[in-house]
Design a protein around this ligand. Structure first.
Ligand SMILES: [Zn+2]
Length: 318
């Protein structure tokens, strides 16, 4: 069981003839257990809905996560991740079943999530700006959940994100072809492909970001040179795009006295001290900038020293 607590408050109290919300600080607890589940907080008291018989307005938070205690990995959705499984703030006037659901991106299905109730509906001119207030809260709580998880000792945090924006030309570099589940090579414009061949886009392998603890051990994926993108520059560019900085040093620079070089690649790595093949469909491969010498040496392990954040690939190699 992994227990975390986050705090939030409204930026300012909100008051009009329809609803009054206070700006006191709230504590929200989540308990994460092994597997994939939806974490649900208790309800917190947000204020009073004057127009619904003066009932208390209650709110609770929920989000889907995957917790793998044996690997020390937790996976949650990022704050900009458009998904029904991302953090949601459900509000309801106490004692009614008029639920409104506010999601991190403000997306969702407005007619289902926000406006289907006869009375509790904050997407009307009666509550100007209130939807933005709730959107701000649910985003804040999600950010703080991620921070709280990252502060847990010995926990690796994977955060689902959308792939970085790319031009059509950049996107084209990440198209790969598989035949019957076997990697065939980079997609070549103009080449004819057979019926058993599938083209995968970066969206199908990009999981998001991973944050490691300082000094955390990781090792090469054996055989990943079959993945031509490891040849380096394409993947390192993806890392640079994701973190808005171009890496200038090996992530594991001189760890255990290793002689690092100056040429860097986007290395495909896994947690732990042992280089290993990774089964197709694995959910546990990351890209970190490492030097060519480290990338070519499967007999040493590496450590997160210079960079703690990497790209997380799901469903590696198809
Ligand atoms: Zn190195």
């Amino acid at each position: 069981m992994l227990d975390i607590q986050v705090r939030f408050s409204l930026p300012i109290a909100y008051q009009n003839a329809f609803v009054s919300l206070h700006d006191r600080e709230h504590k929200v607890d989540f308990h994460l257990k092994e597997g994939t589940h939806v974490a649900q907080s208790e309800y917190v008291d947000l204020g009073v809905v004057d127009r619904v018989e003066g009932r208390r307005l209650l709110g609770k938070f929920s989000f889907e996560y995957t917790y793998e205690p044996d690997r020390h990995v937790v996976t949650v959705n990022g704050t900009d991740f458009d998904s029904a499984r991302s953090m949601c703030l459900t509000t309801v006037p106490e004692g009614t079943s008029e639920f409104c659901r506010q999601r991190v991106t403000g997306g969702g299905f407005v007619a289902d999530d926000l406006t289907s109730n006869p009375r509790w509906n904050y997407v009307t001119p009666l509550t100007p700006g209130l939807r933005d207030v709730f959107k701000g809260i649910v985003r804040t709580v999600n950010d703080r959940v991620i921070e709280a998880l990252q502060e847990q000792p010995h926990l690796i945090v994977q955060v689902r994100k959308h792939p970085p924006e790319m031009s059509a030309e950049e996107h084209q570099k990440f198209l790969t072809v598989y035949r019957d589940g076997q990697f065939q090579g980079l997609h070549q414009a103009g080449r004819q492909y057979g019926p058993g061949e599938q083209v995968f886009t970066v969206d199908s392998v990009f999981g998001g970001e991973v944050t490691l603890n300082y000094g955390e051990a990781f090792a090469n994926v054996i055989g990943s040179t079959n993945d031509p993108k490891i040849a380096g520059l394409t993947w390192i560019q993806l890392w640079a795009n994701q973190f808005n900085t171009y890496p200038v040093i090996c992530t594991s620079y001189q760890s255990n006295g290793f002689g690092c070089g100056n040429s860097l690649v986007g290395g495909h790595v896994i947690a732990g001290q042992h280089a290993s093949v990774v089964a197709q469909g694995s959910n546990s491969v990351w890209i970190f900038p490492i030097c060519v010498q480290h990338n070519n040496n499967d007999n040493v392990y590496m450590q997160a020293l210079k960079y703690l954040k990497g790209i997380w690939l799901h469903n590696y190699m198809g």
